[in-house]
Design a protein around this ligand. Structure first.
Ligand code: ADP
Ligand code: MG
Length: 373
């Protein structure tokens, strides 16, 4: 197995009238041996291009890529010891499942016995032994995806590369294949780089997550670190559903406390006892970030004195069963609260008291979008 190093890598496409598009902009990654790393970000942010440069399917405009200790910039894809799984499976329609899985091995002149052993081992890992004689058109989406993964497994590559492999599956199958790929990683102990635009896949599958936007890496961290300590507004808003609330306001000094006041007469007011860097921002515009689950009905709030209390009108109630998403009107913003109480539409229009967990509240500088620690 192997680590993967991406060192100041750029992909610059020529565009009309001699201009250019920087699809990947100075990306640096250190992916450890046996690590499962997820690249996540909105469509067009440069995930596939980054992955395809690792695979050797796109030329690198600037920078270096290493697989293990070997610089692979000029190494052909077939010689990089990687296997890639695509969104559209890319199976050969006229070949049986067995032949689809065996194809790459035949090309590389493996012996018949070795091919048979590798294909049946992979088929048993994936639970597709009974499908080996079928053609792809006789398979469901989930089964096709297993064959595509099987084709990668038989190669026993140093690194697996996945580009949105579950995007064509229905929601239920996606959840199932998600756990299967996680199990596969545990079993094979291989290095895996996995691209998705789906933040839930990223959070649930990755040892570490690389969040990208506009060709640039925004933050690289473990799922919980990203969720709890986002570096900037983009990361804070990208992970989490419903997303983090962002509330415009201003910071003021009041005696010993630092007070955030919502703009335009909104009802949210938060007193911070200790935020070392906040003093630099007195009198300036400020964004407060708070996740829906860190707002609760005041009567249920367990955070006691750490909570900031505010009244708001319940605009919309979304019962989720165990929890309830409440869309609140503070006078200046709509704020989403995820209450632990099972409520229904009868609460609509009521003015209730809510509490916000101050220890979970983030401050962002709107001029730089950075989080103020
Ligand atoms: P993602 O996989 O994150 O959705 P891509 O890596 O496919 O994004 O694309 C990143 C950017 O590069 C996009 O803006 C896309 O339009 C651009 N791009 C991709 N391929 C080409 C190409 N062959 N020529 C010009 N621009 C391209
Ligand atoms: Mg893509």
């Amino acid at each position: 197995m192997a680590k993967v190093t991406v060192n100041h890598v750029y992909k610059i496409y020529p565009a009309e009238k001699g201009s250019s598009v920087t699809a990947v902009d100075d990306v640096n990654l250190e992916i450890a041996d046996r690590e499962f790393v997820v690249l996540v970000g909105p469509s067009g942010c440069g995930k596939s291009t980054t992955l395809r440069m690792i695979a050797g399917l796109e030329e690198i405009s600037r920078g270096d890529i290493y697989i293990g200790e070997r610089r692979v910039n000029d190494v052909a894809p077939k010689d990089r010891d990687i296997a890639m799984v695509f969104q559209n499976y890319a199976l050969y329609p006229h070949m049986s499942v067995f032949d689809n899985m065996a194809f790459g091995l035949k090309l590389r002149k493996y012996g018949k016995a070795e091919i048979k052993k590798r294909v049946s081992d992979a088929a048993s890992i994936l639970g597709i032994e009974e499908l080996l004689n079928r053609k792809p058109k006789a398979l469901s989406g989930g089964q096709r995806q297993r064959v595509a993964v099987g084709r990668a497994i038989v190669r026993q590559p140093k690194v697996f590369l996945f580009d949105e492999p579950l995007s064509n599956l229905d929601a239920k199958m996606r959840v199932q294949m998600r756990t299967e790929i996680t199990k596969l990683h545990q079993r094979l102990q291989a290095t895996m780089v996995y691209v998705t635009h789906d933040q839930i896949e990223a959070m649930t599958m990755g040892d570490r997550i690389v969040v990208m936007n506009n060709g640039k890496v925004q933050q690289i961290d473990t799922p919980l670190k990203l969720y709890n300590e986002p570096d900037n507004l983009f990361v804070a808003g990208f992970l989490g559903s419903p997303p983090m609330n962002f509330i415009n306001g201003e910071l003021k000094q009041e005696r010993d406390a630092i007070v955030f006041k919502e703009t335009k007469g909104g009802t949210i007011e938060v007193r911070f006892a200790d935020r070392p860097r906040a003093r630099e921002f007195f009198g300036k515009a400020m964004l407060l970030g708070i996740r829906p689950e860190d707002i609760e009905l005041a009567e249920l709030s367990k955070t006691g004195n750490a909570a900031a209390s505010f009244p708001a009108i319940v605009d919309i109630v979304e019962p989720m069963g165990a929890e309830t998403n409440l869309y609140l009107q503070t006078g200046a913003h709509t704020v989403v609260c995820r209450s632990q109480r099972a409520l229904d539409h009868r609460e609509t229009g009521h003015r209730l008291q809510f509490a916000l967990n101050v220890s979970k509240a983030h401050l962002f500088d709107p001029s730089t979008t950075s989080r103020i620690v």
